[in-house]
Ligand binder design. Structure first.
Ligand code: DC
Length: 245
């Protein structure tokens, strides 16, 4: 049975992994799986239902009733669905971002999400990005990356990202939020953010998105041969997998 090719990308918020994962998936024509968006979708449902986020049973029940779906259009843009509703534009508010940790720390929620992530990853060659991809979701991933950057640089990236939509946002608040998120991601009991022993570490502090993307592609491409005549497909070139890299 053909097993899909799995690229795992983990790292803290602001390490650049989302953009790079998207770029790599587009270039290789792989499925892009944003696992953070999945936790965010469940968080949205929990907030809408106004449940007590400290009640693990209630949180697990919300996750059980959440059908989370991903769909990438032919421009490489990913849409995220919650029980059939497109919630892509609703899951990135600062308020929701602050609440995801309450959802992501519940073991039954994670088990549910991991099952779904494995099913998606097994359906096609994929790039998965998150916090526990190389350690828990796909410990046998074909290639694992761990992206990181200095705290200052990650704060500045978030600041620039949010400044456009929220001109009055303060750098100090962003730094505080990031510090709290880092601590929660690293110290939670189940599947904390951790570099897998066999992951390739990349410090993105002084690198552009293009440079990081190229670094990753340089490591992934030797596993594949471009077809004799390049079949240009919408969103990228289809590479054929080498029998023996
Ligand atoms: O990558 P992101 O910022 O969209 O992720 C949102 C939150 O979801 C993040 O603070 C931690 C959690 N998360 C997780 O626990 N495990 C993952 N695989 C991905 C995200």
């Amino acid at each position: 049975m053909k097993r899909s090719f799995i690229v795992a990308i983990d790292g803290p918020a602001g390490s650049g992994k989302s953009t790079v994962a998207k770029n790599v998936a587009k270039k290789m024509n792989f499925l892009y799986i944003d696992t953070g968006a999945m936790y965010r979708a469940v968080t949205l449902k929990a907030l809408r239902e106004k449940i007590n986020l400290n009640d693990a049973d209630a949180v697990a029940d919300v996750a059980r009733r959440s059908k989370v779906g991903l769909n990438t259009n032919n421009k490489g843009r990913q849409r995220i669905f919650l029980n059939g509703e497109d919630v892509t534009g609703k899951i990135r508010t600062p308020e929701l971002t602050r609440c995801v940790a309450f959802i992501a720390r519940v073991k039954r929620v994670r088990e549910h999400m991991v099952k779904l992530q494995r099913k998606l990853g097994e359906s096609a060659d994929s790039v998965l990005e998150g916090r526990d991809i190389g350690t828990v979701v796909f410990p046998d991933a074909d290639i694992k990356f761990y992206l990181d950057a200095s705290f200052k640089e990650r704060t500045m990236r978030r600041f620039k990202e949010l400044k456009a939509s929220k001109p009055d946002i303060r750098l100090r608040d962003i730094a505080n939020d990031l510090k709290v998120r880092d601590r929660k991601d690293i110290t939670r009991k189940y599947a904390p953010l951790k570099k897998a022993g066999d992951a390739i570490c990349i410090d993105t502090t002084r690198l552009s998105i293009e440079e990081v993307t190229d670094k990753l592609l340089g490591i992934i491409k030797p596993y594949f041969v471009p077809p004799a005549f390049l079949r240009k497909q919408e969103g990228g070139t289809k590479y054929a997998r080498r029998a023996d890299p």
